[in-house]
Design a protein around this ligand. Structure first.
Ligand SMILES: Nc1ncnc2c1ncn2[C@@H]1O[C@H](COP(=O)(O)OP(=O)(O)OP(=O)(O)O)[C@@H](O)[C@H]1O
Length: 690
């Protein structure tokens, strides 16, 4: 089934000092055996390297090519800095490409660029990236990407996390037991069988170790056997044995299912290094080497830098091209000439036969026009996704103390305070103001406290961001899952603390009015959560999100008709439109109508009428609009919940659509940037060379 085969055309001669036989990729034994036998008795000249021309056949594998890829980051007035400088290469089905280089050399940036995930507006990208010879947007489900940071639902056990993910990603045609089996098999393959029922753990409780979390992240993306898999440092935090087993499993998956795998990796052991098929060696964004792992040694050997016997070749390569520690700190002078060595290697590679072969292969793959890449994700139906996300979110909200549990305790405490401060408020003239203050406190501060769940929601947003980009589900399913799962909790924290306040204060003893009180409190809290959801779609950082959300609510609160009566608000801006946009307006009016209608207050002061009706208080004291019923206020609040959640959905979708267009128009030629690679070779001329 493997359609890409290496065709060695090299004529053997004398061998360089150190053969690569010791570190021949084990997983590539079939593909590379022929090369291996040639290389083990090879000539000393790097420029007479064996050919590794690939043959592309139509199939369901993914060929990824990139040519003259530049990524620059804008530094404002100081110009720009090139992070990747004219990179060219390819990745083939059934093989693993390892991207290696010193820290900060651009490995993650290369992965992000290839995966279509360069999201910063300060970053500009040029060059050509083709998927099966076609220009294609890779994000949102056409590929899987395991990023460096593990964004996982920390309250779930390993088994739950992977099983929920399996239900979200695997097709509805698979039975629940088959999905369970796939999930557990993948967990075992990652060596996590002993931790299956351990919670992942986060800030509140220690659960898995860093390396175990890494493996859970990999598990989740391996479930669907994605056609194109990007892994950013998959072995970080793993011991050498675990690293080997994890990488071996991934290489096997690539070989068995003809998957294309690209992984950035820091310090592979010799055993892990042997698993790779191709190697991309980067230094400061420049290509030091790209080609079969087995031929990298020739580059170093030909330039007088052979790998010493018994030394791990990857250690040798990385040490040779790391210039971060050249300076002798004590003496304050440079001790090595690594920069020179890197430049020599870069030049040597660019003048080698291997580079020509690479260009030939890139051109050949580019010309092979395959079909469009199918979305790997969204295989479960929208309804399944919504149900699974609702269940997962419900469990998470129950187990995450920060979501509702702490708030419930605080609400009970606050409502006890309200109940004792305004206890048995009575029906005197003074109680008119006291009732209004108590109800306004409930409508303002209690709803404001709904902001307390924002940090937990931001954590959910991180997970949503990762899963969304990997195509596990859509924005609609997330909104539905979050909305439905929060309803029981919000209802509970409206009901119990609400009852404490309502009955201790002695508001109208009528069950219908109590039910309305609870429903209005519940709707107002849901509005605040929806506003915060919208804020989170614009401001990704939780500290900034809380400040922005609190600011918005502060403005609404001021104009909600309590601190300044509606007729006293200045017309421009504050009365029109803020008073009508602020949800506090409808919460206050709903509470007031619910409480004052049907009451009458006795005048215990000198002067004035002996009694005053509740309706009169509403009209003249609180300036409430009596043209519509309290149920309309409730309906407006419910509509606000829908509007704000639709806004969240709309913003996420628009950002996804608009950002790539903006990036396209904002892209500048890297040649305009202040830092340009010496003699960059444009792809057009590369193609002419081939
Ligand atoms: N959005 C950005 N804005 C500014 N600089 C950036 C941005 N992204 C990457 N860089 C810079 O580009 C360089 C390469 O970063 P990158 O994360 O790709 O390195 P890396 O090789 O993956 O490093 P490590 O191995 O330590 O993870 C770094 O110097 C980094 O500061």
């Amino acid at each position: 089934m493997d359609s890409s085969v290496i065709v060695p055309t090299w004529t053997p001669g004398s061998s360089p000092e150190h053969s690569s036989q010791n570190h021949q990729p084990e997983a590539a034994e079939n593909d590379n055996l022929e090369i291996e036998s040639m290389v083990s008795g090879r000539v000393g000249s790097y420029n007479e390297a064996p050919s590794f021309r690939i043959e592309t056949e139509p199939g369901d594998g993914v060929f990824l090519t990139w040519a003259d890829l530049w990524v620059t980051v804008s530094k404002g007035r100081k110009g720009s800095r090139a992070i990747l400088q004219g990179l060219t290469g390819y990745a083939e089905p059934g093989k693993m490409l390892a991207i290696m280089g010193p820290s900060g050399c651009g490995k993650s940036t290369l992965l992000d660029t290839l995966a279509g995930r360069l999201l910063s507006s300060r970053i500009h990208q040029t060059g050509e990236i083709l998927v099966n010879g076609r220009k294609e947007t890779l994000a949102f489900g056409t590929s899987a990407y395991v990023t460096q940071d593990d964004a996982l639902v920390t309250t779930l056990t390993v088994r739950e996390a992977v099983f929920y993910s399996a239900q979200l990603q695997l097709p509805d045609s698979m039975s629940i037991s088959e999905k369970k089996e796939r999930a557990e098999m993948t967990i075992r393959e990652m060596g996590l069988q002993d931790s299956m029922d351990t919670r992942i753990g986060g800030w509140s409780s220690k659960g898995l170790s860093g390396g175990q979390k890494r493996r859970v992240s990999i598990c989740i993306e391996l479930l669907t056997w994605p056609k194109l898999l990007f892994l950013d440092e998959p072995t970080s935090g793993l011991d050498s044995a675990a690293s080997y087993h994890v990488m071996n499993r991934i290489v096997k998956l690539a070989r068995q299912h003809r998957r294309t795998v690209i992984a950035s990796i820091h310090q592979p052991s010799s055993e892990v290094f042997e698993l790779f098929h191709n190697l991309y060696l980067l230094s400061s964004g420049k290509t030091v080497y790209f080609g079969p792992v087995s031929m990298a040694e020739m580059l170093f050997a030909t330039n007088g830098l052979p790998c010493p016997p018994l030394k791990n070749p990857s250690d040798h390569y990385l040490k040779t091209i790391n210039k971060d520690f050249d300076e002798d700190i004590e003496q304050g002078i440079g001790t090595n000439n690594t920069e020179e060595i890197i430049n020599t290697l870069v030049k040597s590679y660019k003048s080698s036969e291997i580079w020509k072969e690479v260009q030939h292969n890139v051109l050949k793959i580019s010309q092979q026009k395959g079909g469009p890449l199918e979305r790997k994700g969204s295989q479960a139906s929208f309804i399944t996704q919504s149900i699974v996300l609702t269940k997962r979110s419900f469990i998470n909200m129950h187990r995450d103390l920060g979501y509702y549990v702490l708030r419930f305790v605080m609400y009970c405490a606050l409502c006890l305070c309200i109940g004792t401060i305004f206890h048995d408020v009575g029906f005197s003239y003074d109680s008119i103001q006291a009732r209004g203050s108590m109800l306004s406190f409930v409508s303002s501060f209690l709803t404001f406290m709904a902001i307390g769940g924002f940090p937990s929601f931001v954590e959910d947003m991180k997970i949503f961001g990762r899963e969304r980009l990997n195509g596990h589900y859509g924005v609609g399913a997330f909104v539905i899952g979050n909305t439905i799962s929060s309803i029981p909790y919000l209802f509970l924290i409206s009901l119990i603390p609400g009852a404490l306040a309502y009955y201790l204060v002695g508001l109208q003893k009528n069950f219908g009015r109590f039910v309305y009180f609870v429903l209005l409190l519940f709707s107002s809290m849901t509005v605040v959560e929806s506003i915060m959801m919208t804020v989170a779609s614009i401001v990704p950082n939780y500290l900034m999100g809380i400040i922005t959300g609190a600011g918005i609510q502060g403005i609404m609160l001021l104009n909600g008709g309590f601190f300044r009566l509606p007729n006293d608000l200045p017309d421009p801006v504050w009365r029109y439109p803020v008073y009508y946009i602020a949800f506090h307006t409808y919460t206050n009016q709903g509470f007031y109508k619910n409480e004052y209608e049907g009451l009458s207050f006795t005048n215990d002061r000198a002067g004035g009428p002996p009694t005053i009706s509740g309706n009169e208080v509403l009209r003249s004291f609180w300036q409430v609009d009596m043209g519509y019923s309290k149920w309309v206020d409730l309906a407006i609040l419910v509509s606000m919940v829908v509007i704000y959640r639709l806004m969240f959905w709309g913003i996420i979708i628009s950002v996804e659509k608009v950002k790539p267009i903006l990036k396209y128009y904002m892209a500048v030629s890297p040649k305009q940037s202040s830092m340009i690679l010496e003699n960059p070779t444009p792809i057009s001329s590369q193609q002419q060379m081939v």
